[in-house]
Design a protein around this ligand. Structure first.
Ligand SMILES: C[S@@+](CC[C@H](N)C(=O)[O-])C[C@H]1O[C@@H](n2cnc3c(N)ncnc32)[C@H](O)[C@@H]1O
Length: 225
């Protein structure tokens, strides 16, 4: 399962290379999982996003994190490490081959008690979740983000941060739909709808970071009444 957008940088190639070479204080085992995934082209977050998420989690120290898109468990384990093992992660995936490997990886890292795996389609699972999460990370089927958004906002703690990964389609997202390949038109339309929705919502503060294929960061704005 390749993510072809990983090799279509949305920033200058030299800047990207620089960011991808910078150190992040991962444990040797977790660094090994990152290297394995990159070698096998398993679509985990790219290194520049690893660096950003590590710093964010280390700074915010969220006690509860929700993730949609586990893959082989790399980012969930990153959250545990970056929080100095202070956070509990709930992560959702529907692809057995991936999440079985995630469970093996968490066991080898010793993080299995801090990570709860929910298996199935996030569209079915998200409406059943309760409680509040200080950090929510959507990293799954891009065409569904717009459907996940209301549930993610419902589950987001008042001061929480919602991150949505891979929203730029290698930068093609701003091109007219007629120029987009037939099979990508649905994603193109849904991602544009997502961007329009969050930027138009005056209860939200939204910023778009050019990390990887674009990381959308959303917080709640306090409206003075
Ligand atoms: C990009 S990978 C996640 C990478 C992971 N967050 C990391 O960086 O280590 C996307 C994952 O989302 C899962 N996925 C996609 N759509 C989903 C859905 N609707 N419900 C549950 N899982 C989904 C796929 O099976 C895949 O494993």
């Amino acid at each position: 399962m390749r993510n072809e957008m990983m090799s279509r940088p949305v920033i200058n190639e030299k800047v990207l290379q620089y960011l991808r070479q910078q150190p992040v204080p991962l444990s040797p085992k977790l660094r090994g999982i990152e290297e394995f995934a990159n070698e096998k082209r398993i679509p985990i977050i790219p290194h520049e996003t690893v660096s950003y998420l590590y710093q964010l989690v280390n700074q915010l120290r969220p006690t509860k994190i929700l993730e949609v898109g586990t893959a082989i468990g790399f980012s969930a384990a990153l959250f545990v490490e970056a929080s100095q093992q202070q956070t509990r992660v709930t992560t959702i995936d529907r692809f057995e081959e991936m999440y079985q490997r995630a469970q093996t990886n968490w066991q080898s890292l010793g993080y299995q008690s801090q990570i709860q795996l929910l298996t199935g389609d996030a569209a079915d699972i998200l409406p059943m979740l309760t409680g509040q999460y200080e950090l929510i990370f959507l990293d799954a089927a891009k065409a569904q983000y717009i459907n996940f958004l209301p549930e993610a906002l419902r589950l987001l703690a008042p001061e929480g941060v919602l991150l949505i990964d891979d929203v730029l389609q290698g930068g093609t997202i701003f091109e007219p739909i007629e120029s987009i390949r037939h099979r990508d038109k649905g994603i193109h339309r849904h991602l544009n709808q997502l961007l329009d929705t969050v930027y138009a919502d005056d209860e939200l503060l939204t910023t778009l970071l050019p990390l990887g294929d674009g990381l959308l960061k959303i917080t709640r704005r306090e409206i003075q009444k």
